[in-house]
Design a protein around this ligand. Structure first.
Ligand code: NAD
Length: 342
C-alpha cells in the first residue's frame, strides 16, 4: 500500500501529538509541518527533521500531500481547514470542529464541493472506558437510559498559562463539546433542547473574558435528560490536569466512570498524582494510547476507504449544542435545537 502523505498545521501543545503519531505510523510519510511560530518551526526541524512552513498556502503549493491535520487554536480551525480542502486534501480537525456554526457549515459545504473527507478528533470516543459504556448500552439487557451526568473539568493553568487564546474559547468549546459528542454517541440520537447556566467571574477578574464554568441540561430525542458540567478553574494542585466523571441510570442498571483516578497513584514530595496512563505514553519509542488512536484511525479510514468514527456531521452537531448552551446562558431561557434537514 502507498504511504499516505500528511501534513500538520499548528504544532503547539496538541499538534505535536499529531506529529508524533504520524512519524511512528509506518503507513504515513509526514511531508511537512506548518506553524506561525518561527521558534517552534526551528525546534521542530531540528528535533524531528521535518520540513516546516510558516504559511499554509506555501505548504499546500509546494508539497505533495493527501491529508492534513489541523491543530490550530479552537477559534481558528476554519481558515486553514478551508485552505486545505480547497487544495483537495482530506482533513482531520482537532475538536471542536469550529467555534461558530457558520464556520462549521462552511467546512462541510466546501468539503462536499471538493469531494474530500473531514474527520474530527473527538478522542474521548477511543477511551477504553467510553468503548465499554458504548458496548454496555448497546446490549438489550442494559435497559432504557433514564438520565445521565457527565463532568469534564481542567485545572486553571489551562486557560491562564497553557495558551493565550482562552478568551476566544470557553469551557463549553474546549471541554463541553467532548461531552456532547460522547453523549450523542452513547444515545445514538440528537439533542432537542438545552437549558444552561454559567459563571463568568474568576477568569474575568484576571483579564480573561471567558466563562469559568457552565452547567447544561440536555434533553435528547429518546426522552432522556443529561446534566453536563464543564469548568477550567480547578486548583493547580489537583492530582491531574483534568477531572471527569460519568454516571448513567437506566431502567436496569447504573453505569459509572471515574476518568480522574484510573488506578495508578503516585505520591512524592511535590504533588499527589493520578496519571491517565491510557491517554498518551511513549512505549519503546512509540506513542501509545487513546490520544493517538484517532490520528492513526484517520489514516486507516482513508487508506481502506472506511467511514470515520467521528466525522464533520458529528462536529456540527456538537457545535449546535455548544452554541445553544451559550445562547441559553446568555438569555436565561431554554433553547430548542432544530434537526438538520438532509
Ligand atoms: N492542549 C490540550 O490539552 C488539547 C487537548 C485536546 C485537543 N486540543 C485542541 O488542539 C487544538 C490546539 O490546541 P493547543 O493546546 O495545541 O494550542 P496551542 O496554542 O498550544 O497551539 C496552537 C498552535 O497553532 C499555531 N497556529 C495558530 N494559527 C495558525 C495558522 N493559521 N497556521 C499555522 N499555525 C497556526 C500556533 O502558532 C500554535 O503553535 C485546539 O483546538 C484544542 O482544543 C488541545
Amino acid at each position: 500500500m502507498d504511504k499516505l502523505n500528511v501534513a500538520v498545521v499548528g504544532a503547539g501543545i496538541y499538534g505535536i501529538n499529531h506529529v508524533n503519531a504520524y512519524l511512528s505510523n509506518p503507513n504515513v510519510n509526514l511531508a511537512a509541518v506548518c506553524d506561525l511560530n518561527e521558534n517552534l518551526r526551528e525546534k521542530i526541524e531540528e528535533q524531528y527533521h521535518v520540513k516546516t512552513y510558516g504559511k499554509v498556502e506555501d505548504m499546500l503549493e509546494n508539497e505533495e500531500i493527501d491529508a492534513v491535520s489541523i491543530a490550530t487554536p479552537d477559534f481558528s480551525h476554519a481558515a486553514p481547514a478551508l485552505q486545505a480542502i480547497r487544495y483537495g486534501k482530506h482533513v482531520l480537525i482537532e475538536k471542536p470542529l469550529a467555534t461558530t456554526l457558520e464556520d462549521a457549515r462552511a467546512i462541510i459545504a466546501e468539503a462536499e464541493k471538493k469531494n474530500v473527507r473531514v474527520a474530527v478528533d473527538y478522542h474521548k470516543r477511543w477511551d477504553p472506558a467510553s468503548i465499554q459504556i458504548k458496548n454496555e448500552l448497546a446490549k438489550p439487557e442494559a435497559g432504557k437510559v433514564i438520565r445521565g451526568y457527565m463532568s469534564m473539568d481542567d485545572i486553571i493553568d489551562v486557560p491562564t498559562k497553557w495558551f493565550n487564546w482562552s478568551d476566544k474559547s470557553s469551557p463549553v468549546h474546549f471541554l463541553g463539546t467532548h461531552c456532547y459528542d460522547l453523549i450523542r454517541w452513547y444515545m445514538g440520537c440528537e439533542v432537542t433542547e438545552v437549558y444552561a447556566v454559567g459563571t463568568k467571574e474568576y477568569l474575568k477578574s484576571m483579564g480573561i473574558d471567558t466563562y469559568d464554568s457552565i452547567q447544561a441540561f440536555l434533553t435528547f430525542e429518546n426522552g432522556c435528560h443529561w446534566t453536563v458540567e464543564n469548568s477550567w478553574v480547578l486548583p493547580t494542585g489537583f492530582a491531574k490536569n483534568n477531572d471527569g466523571h460519568t454516571q448513567i441510570l437506566t431502567t436496569n442498571s447504573l453505569l459509572r466512570v471515574d476518568s480522574q483516578n484510573r488506578g495508578v497513584e503516585i505520591f512524592d514530595d511535590s504533588r499527589y498524582r493520578t496519571p491517565n496512563y491510557c491517554f498518551m505514553q511513549m512505549f519503546e519509542g512509540r506513542p501509545v494510547g487513546f490520544g493517538y488512536d484517532p490520528i492513526n484511525d484517520f489514516v486507516r479510514c482513508l487508506q481502506y476507504d472506511l467511514p470515520f468514527i467521528a466525522n464533520a456531521k458529528d462536529g456540527l452537531e456538537a457545535e449546535k449544542i455548544a452554541e445553544a448552551v451559550h445562547k441559553s446562558v446568555e438569555t436565561a431561557s431554554a433553547v430548542k435545537i432544530e434537526k438538520e434537514i438532509k
